[in-house]
Every structure is written in structure tokens, then in C-alpha cells.
Design a protein around this ligand. Structure first.
Ligand code: SIN
Length: 487
């Protein structure tokens, strides 16, 4: 498959190391496939541990000069990078849709979302403030300064091949760190196009390096190499736990944005139409392949029947199609394993007594496409309730009291996002405070933006991305105790 781009130079196939486009040391490449039809888009360098080590060494060499620049200089380069992303948003969206599958308009939305993090952190770069602290005796003062932690390893997922890189690389570069990034094997092209634009923006060689290919080898080098001082990862909880364990030998700072299992609670007094809109936005973004998407819908028994009839109509209006279909509102899942995994969870629930509704069952789908499905009579013991689904499936269950809704919502080891709809201000406070999740959407299904802290509690990870807190994970606090003042 040939991609038609206004700027064909954005389709990069090598590794980006020390400001150069290179083949993998081994000379090997691998195929990137379009999930809509599984046709090959490109062959990309299959990097291994040796390439990764070279990238880490380049990042280390570039570190001193980069951290010595003023925050204002770094901010200007980041801003220029964000502007280039926006200028080329249409080509970037074409690349992103082709390798990831989401419809073009959604892909363009992701480019804007990614650029918003770069712009935000360009601004925040200038606000890395310290403190002066009184000392117990009058002859001394303590000064706290924040310094870049050093070389940062970023491992990013396939569901947001642009925005998750932006959300990690921008704060790192803003505070003066340098980066080695390993994008998901399925979606390296967006990352490589971003690196091309970083180069055009004037971000110096070695400050940002991208290696894609042998996932385990690259990951092992990033976690074991003691030059790397911090690892940031977005992906599954199982992999996050392994990476955290692997980083312990060299005591790296670790931030993890892992799996969710978001409850979406609809109280009896909720505006049901608004709740349907919120649920559709949350659940079907990226075909249900986000870690913040509604995973369990809990509806008060008094409004459950009406809610279901409205939901069925809304789900029926979804139009499946590939990125080239301008009418498509939902694309395919990323690959066959993803489809098999979602279908297995649905079958498991049905075998255990849930009933399944496919609102648009007349539509024929194959390959990696999956019809949106609603599951009724879901029990907390079922896998669809306990595990992240990562697909277009809505498991529904009912409750009768606020306490029961909170108990069901918190009955999970995940703690990333939660949503609820109610117009009772007392309920809004009580439930917001009782939910054990890092992000709570009240009367909204859309919570992600560059200004809000993004991150989870419990097994959904640690650290926060975006917002004024998003720089903290990339800095060390140094206390400087100054004596000889009282003479
Ligand atoms: C994710 O699913 O990993 C990120 C979703 C978001 O940023 O909203």
C-alpha cells in the first residue's frame, strides 16, 4: 500500500539516532501493516539492543549541552516542533490512520491532542520554580532547585502513536532531559514522522532518539542500562510490573500509565441523554481501545430500561469503516489477537449467563473489525467486569443504592478513570470522594486534556502526565544548604 502524502519525506523508515537516519545494526527490517486490511504499508528498521545502546550513548552525550540551554531556548524549540506538527497535521493523520486504524478525523484530533502537550510543556518549561526554606539556626538558608533527571527512556503504546509520545517527550525535553523512545512495534511511523519534524524544528541531534523493532531486546537495554535514569511507560499492567521490577537493579525513577477498568455510573436523577452522549464518547473513542474508556456501565435499576433503549439506538448509528471511508466513525481493532481477546471475553460472559445485544447485527464485518456489542445481566465475577476489555463492548449491570454503586465501581484492582452522572450536588461530592480512581468525570465522558493531571491509583500505575504536575517526574529536587550568613 502506498501512502499519499503532501510531504513524502515524513515517511521515515530508519532508526533516528544522534540526529541521523540509520538502518538497524543487523540490517533487518519488519513490516508495518494497516489494521483495516492487513496490507503492508512500509518496512521499518528492526532495531535491537546494540542500536538501543547507541541511542542511549547519544542521549547521554547530548545531555550537558541541552540542559545548559535556557528554559526559554528549549521552550522556543518545543513550540516550533508543535507548530510543525500542526502544519503537517493532515499528513501525520494519514500516517497515523494507516498504521493504527482510527478514522482520519479522529487521527487529526489526536495530532492536535499531541501538539497541545508540546505547547503546554513549552510554556511550563519556564516555570520550573524552586524554594527558599528557613533553617533552624540563623547562620544558614536552604535553597531547593529542580534539575533534569538525565536520560529518559519512553516506551509508548499503539493506541495513541502520536499523543503518548508527545505527552512523555515534551516534559522531558522541557526540563532539560534527553530521550530514547521505543514506540510500539505496530505503530512506529507516527513516531518517526514526529522525529523528522523535531529535526526540522532545530531540536539538536541526540536530544531525541527513536528505536523501534525487537521489543524485548530494546526494553531490556532501556531498563538495565545505568545511563538511563528514568523510564516512563504507557501500556498493560502486566508489562508495567515487569518493567518496574527490571528497573529496580539500577534504581531508575519509574512512571507508569497502565490499564484501567473504568466504571460509568448512571444515577436515577441523571440527564440520560447527556449520559448516553458521554458514554458513546468515552466507550467508542479509538474503537474502545483506550485505557480510560468506560469498561463497566452501572445503571440505577429505575432508569435501566429507558437507558438501554436510548443506548441501543445510539450504538446502532456507529458506522464501521477504514480510514479511507469518510463516513466511518469507528475503525478496526489493532490486530487479530486483539479481536480474539475481546471476543473471548464476550463469549465468557455469555457462557456465564449474560445476554448479548448487537444493535447493528445486519452489518457484515470481517478481519479486524468488530461490531459494537452490549452485554446485559453482567455479574462482578465475569471477566468483562474484572478485566479491561479494550474493544467496543459495553457490559451493563444495575444497582439500587449509592453505596452499592460505589462498592461495585471500586471492586477492581485498577484505579485509572471513573465516570458518573447525577444532578444531586451532595451525591456528586460523596461519590467523587469515594471513588478510588486517579481521574473522575462528573457529568462528562471526556476528561483528557493537557492541563489536567492524567494518571491512576492502585494497579493503574504511578505518576501523573500533563498539567503542572507533569514535569515533576522528570526532575530531581536538590537541596543546597548555604552557611556563613550570620557573621
Ligand atoms: C490511553 O489510553 O493510554 C490514553 C488515553 C488518553 O490520553 O485519553
Amino acid at each position: 500500500m502506498k501512502l499519499t502524502l503532501s510531504d513524502p519525506d515524513l515517511l521515515k523508515l530508519g532508526a533516528y539516532i544522534n540526529g541521523q537516519w540509520e538502518s538497524a545494526n543487523s540490517g533487518k527490517t519488519y513490516a508495518v501493516l494497516n489494521p483495516a486490511d492487513e496490507v503492508e504499508i512500509a518496512q521499518v528498521a528492526r532495531c535491537d539492543a546494540r542500536d538501543t545502546k547507541r541511542a542511549i550513548d547519544a542521549a547521554q552525550t547530548a545531555l550537558i549541552a541541552w540542559q545548559s540551554r535556557t528554559a526559554k531556548e528549549r521552550a522556543e524549540l518545543l513550540r516550533c516542533w508543535a507548530d510543525l506538527l500542526l502544519t503537517h497535521k493532515s499528513d501525520l493523520a494519514t500516517i497515523l490512520s494507516a498504521e493504527q486504524g482510527k478514522p482520519l478525523t479522529e487521527a487529526e484530533g489526536e495530532i492536535l491532542y499531541g501538539a497541545s502537550y508540546i505547547t503546554w510543556f513549552a510554556e511550563e518549561a519556564k516555570r520550573v520554580y524552586g524554594d527558599t526554606i528557613p533553617y533552624p539556626s540563623s547562620d544558614k538558608r536552604v535553597l531547593c532547585v529542580k534539575q533534569p533527571i538525565g536520560v529518559v527512556a519512553c516506551i509508548t503504546p499503539w493506541n495513541f502513536p502520536n499523543a503518548m509520545l508527545a505527552r512523555k517527550i515534551a516534559p522531558a525535553l522541557a526540563v532539560g532531559c534527553t530521550v530514547v523512545c521505543k514506540p510500539a512495534e505496530e505503530t512506529p511511523l507516527s513516531a518517526l514522522a514526529m522525529a523528522e519534524l523535531a529535526q526540522r524544528a532545530g531540536i539538536p541531534g541526540g536530544v531525541l532518539n527513536i528505536v523501534s523493532g525487537e521489543t524485548v531486546e530494546i526494553g531490556d537495554e532501556l531498563t538495565s542500562n545505568d545511563i538511563v535514569k528514568k523510564l516512563t511507560f504507557t501500556g498493560s499492567t502486566a508489562v508495567g510490573k515487569k518493567l518496574m521490577a527490571d528497573c529496580s537493579a539500577t534504581m531508575k525513577r519509574v512512571s507508569l500509565e497502565l490499564g484501567g477498568n473504568a466504571p460509568f455510573i448512571v444515577f436515577a436523577d441523571a440527564d440520560l441523554d447527556a449520559a448516553i452522549d458521554g458514554l458513546m464518547a468515552s466507550k467508542f473513542r479509538n474503537a474502545g481501545q483506550t485505557c480510560v474508556c468506560a469498561n463497566r456501565v452501572l445503571v440505577h435499576s429505575r432508569v435501566a430500561e429507558l437507558f438501554l433503549s436510548k443506548l441501543t439506538a445510539a450504538v446502532k448509528s456507529i458506522k464501521l469503516g477504514s480510514a479511507s471511508d469518510p463516513e466511518a466513525t469507528m475503525g478496526p481493532l489493532i490486530h487479530r489477537n486483539a479481536v480474539a481477546s475481546v471476543k473471548a471475553k464476550v463469549q465468557d460472559a455469555v457462557a456465564a449467563g449474560a445476554s448479548s445485544i448487537v444493535p447493528d447485527s445486519s452489518c457484515e464485518v470481517d478481519g479486524n473489525f468488530m461490531l459494537p456489542t452490549i452485554l446485559l445481566d453482567v455479574e462482578p465475577s465475569m471477566r468483562v467486569f474484572q478485566e479491561e476489555i479494550f474493544g467496543p463492548v459495553i457490559p451493563m449491570t444495575t444497582f439500587d443504592t449509592e453505596a452499592e454503586a460505589i462498592r461495585l465501581a471500586n471492586d477492581t484492582s485498577a484505579g485509572l478513570a471513573a465516570y458518573f452522572y447525577s444532578r444531586d450536588v451532595g451525591c456528586v461530592w460523596r461519590v467523587s470522594e469515594a471513588l478510588e480512581f486517579g481521574m473522575v468525570g462528573v457529568n462528562t465522558g471526556v476528561i483528557s486534556n493537557e492541563m489536567s493531571p492524567f494518571g491512576g491509583m492502585k494497579e493503574s500505575g504511578q505518576g501523573r502526565e500533563g498539567s503542572k504536575y507533569g514535569l515533576d517526574d522528570y526532575t530531581e529536587i536538590k537541596a543546597i544548604c548555604m552557611g556563613g550568613i550570620d557573621q
